[in-house]
Ligand binder design. Structure first.
Ligand code: KG4
Ligand code: ZN
Length: 344
């Protein structure tokens, strides 16, 4: 798998990205175009604006990535594109582009689940990370605990029954007037505040199954915000999220048979407080802790290219009529959780 070269495309939310990654973990190029400015007036991602922006920038990003790496399409072994889950208009743009490139260059297509991109990204960052590992996948759309048993082998141990953790960060930023995207803004504000200043709930803490809930926390932030300094609300909120993530992950560790590492991925994994708390939890349990660098936690195409490399090495490619999917669970056998599954 060493010299294998994979082109990855990502367009499932509000980042358009193209990257070239080798089978021996070299990121030869990764290009990213964010859409923050286009969505900022609305305080959130507007699907139609996102899809249109992906159309405008994806092809130039592919050309730039190839040029950065000094490669042409002929040098690429396979093309990996996010095929879901996500905003369907954006997913379609990336997948159709991937199909067109694959067809034109006569290369195989690999339809990558965006969540698999996040789930395998720690193995791009750390060559010593072996299966199985316990993964906390925390992003804007998802909050799950997964036992990663191998490529294409995921066992979901828990999920959120309402909102994702990243969504709560974004909502809190909106309430506090900190702007969009919210996660990094809340983290910056929290650094100036007192985490004990505002009493906030820890939903589902101590409950037997390791599921998550953030809707009540979000509502409590909205209630408390007018009477407190923004920095104190941000710090107290962030601490509440950390406490929930740690309590639920600790619970899941009992179910993570054979795992030798605790791993975190997804946009919220870029948060310093979240990383530090998980690192301490891993140490407490004698487990390795692996977290990709920040740029690999938030949406990017290197993780899609890498998931493509792992799938390609396992002999997994996809036909050119593969459909884009707004919803696509990593573990199709996961039990339905009351209240969950409302969001993609
Ligand atoms: O993985 P990602 O880029 O996109 C999805 O697949 O959802 O995650 C984006 C989410 C957003 O909700 C954003 O606010 C959050 O990750 N995020 C953070 C930080 N950086 C990004 N949350 C907390 N602290 C951060 N530093
Ligand atoms: Zn993501």
């Amino acid at each position: 798998m060493t010299r294998m070269l994979i082109l990855g495309l990502e367009s499932s939310c509000d980042e358009t990205a193209a990257a070239l990654v080798t089978g021996d973990r070299q990121v030869l190029a990764h290009r990213l175009a964010g859409q923050e400015a286009a969505h900022r007036p609305y305080g959130g991602v507007v699907p139609e604006i996102a899809a249109r922006a992906h159309v405008e920038v994806l092809q130039p990003l592919v050309e730039a990535a190839l040029s950065d790496a000094g490669k042409t399409l002929a040098d690429v072994d396979a093309i990996a594109a996010t095929a879901g889950p996500g905003l369907i208009g954006g997913v379609l743009v990336g997948l159709v582009t991937g199909k067109a490139l694959a067809h034109a260059a006569g290369k195989p297509l690999i339809a990558v689940n965006h969540l698999e991109g996040h789930a395998l990204s720690p193995r791009l960052a750390d060559p010593d990370l072996d299966f199985p590992y316990l993964l906390l996948l925390v992003s804007g759309g998802h909050c799950q605990l997964l036992l990663v048993e191998g490529v294409a082998r995921y066992r979901r141990l828990a999920t959120t029954i309402d909102d994702a953790a990243g969504e709560a960060f974004d909502k809190t930023a909106k309430i506090l007037g900190l702007g969009f995207p919210g996660g990094p803004a809340v983290e910056r504000a929290a650094a100036e505040g007192d985490a004990r200043a505002v009493p906030l709930p820890r939903p589902l803490r101590g409950s037997p199954e390791p599921h998550f809930s953030f809707a009540g926390l979000k509502a409590a932030v909205a209630r408390m915000a007018p009477d407190h300094a923004a920095a104190d609300v941000a710090a107290s909120f962030q601490q509440a999220v950390v406490d929930c993530l740690i309590d639920r992950t600790r619970r899941a560790l009992h179910k993570a048979d054979g795992a030798t590492a605790l791993v975190v991925a997804g946009g919220v994994a870029a948060n310093g407080a979240v990383r530090a708390a998980l690192q301490a939890l891993a140490a407490e349990h004698g487990l390795r802790f692996v977290a990709p660098p920040g740029w690999l936690c938030t949406d990017n195409a290197a993780m899609i290219a890498w998931a493509g490399a792992e799938r390609f090495a396992a002999g997994l490619t996809d036909p050119l009529d593969t459909a884009a999917r707004a919803r696509w669970p990593l573990d199709p056998d996961a039990e339905k959780v009351r209240g969950a599954g409302v969001k993609a």
